[in-house]
Design a protein around this ligand. Structure first.
Ligand code: SF4
Ligand code: SF4
Length: 242
């Protein structure tokens, strides 16, 4: 059975479900690039049990792998102002911060939970708690989510202005960001009825980890509409830039 007729029970049904999954609103070329990544991963995983495949799709492990591969294949735009210790992009206005997958939420939490000392809010009240307030370096650098790896800018001044609520040109996301979110959305559609495919709030995961909040991932889990809203927001920005 497939996504439209019930949960996929074998690799062939999973392949069919991924092949027909939809991500309305994302440009077709990006949707098909994300789908190609999912199907290539599935073909390379043919010997693994289906429950493991479903687990890796649901956690975002596959989407994140696709994003990382694309980061290695597609060069960053020229003229970027990004540098170590430049952290205006780590000021995350509002309670949510950004959309991350389950595997990213777990990795970020596990990297931050053993740490103590002041967090990013000692530098700026809206900064990500992962940030070191003195060096302005990420304290979970190796575990930082895809959004942190893909957000870049030609102007640090623009990032500073945006952090304070003033729109300015310069910041952009590497195409790996929308591709990985689209892959995650396709996985969600394909696994409908078989497994939840959640997303999480970056800022709430980081805050819970640094403050030892009970049930950190549970309280940071998004409502399902958050992934769709973020994917469509990125798609609109991409359409304007084309
Ligand atoms: S995105 Fe902006 S704030 Fe972040 S490192 Fe680049 S220039 Fe600095
Ligand atoms: S996880 Fe690290 S890189 Fe990402 S917003 Fe937080 S401090 Fe910045």
């Amino acid at each position: 059975m497939t996504a439209r007729g019930g949960p996929p029970r074998d690799a062939a049904a999973l392949r069919a479900a991924l092949a027909r999954a939809r991500a309305p609103g994302t440009p077709k070329d990006i949707t098909e690039r994300a789908r190609a990544g999912l199907l290539a991963w599935l073909d390379a995983s043919a010997m693994r049990p289906v429950p493991e495949l479903i687990r890796d799709l649901a956690s975002g492990a596959v989407a994140t792998q696709i994003g990382h591969a694309m980061l290695g294949q597609v060069a960053a735009p020229p003229g970027l102002a990004c540098a170590a210790g430049c952290a205006f992009c780590c000021i995350l206005p509002g309670a949510d911060g950004a959309t991350i997958t389950g595997i990213e939420a777990t990795a970020l939490h596990d990297a931050l939970a053993p740490l103590d000392g002041p967090d990013g809010t000692a530098w700026h009240p809206e900064a990500c708690p992962s940030l070191d307030p003195v060096t302005r370096m990420c304290r979970a650098y190796d575990a930082r989510p895809m959004i942190c790896r893909t957000y870049v800018s030609t102007s640090a001044e623009a990032c500073a202005a945006i952090a304070e609520g003033t729109p300015a040109p310069g910041p952009m996301t590497h195409p790996a960001q929308i591709t990985y979110l689209t892959a995650h959305a396709l996985a969600r559609d394909a696994l409908r009825g078989a497994a939840a495919v959640p997303t999480y709030s970056l800022k709430r995961v980081a805050a819970a980890a640094t403050r030892s909040t009970p049930d950190p991932l549970k309280q940071a889990r998004h409502a399902p509409k958050a992934l769709e809203a973020e994917r469509r927001r990125l798609a609109r920005g991409l359409s304007r830039a084309r």
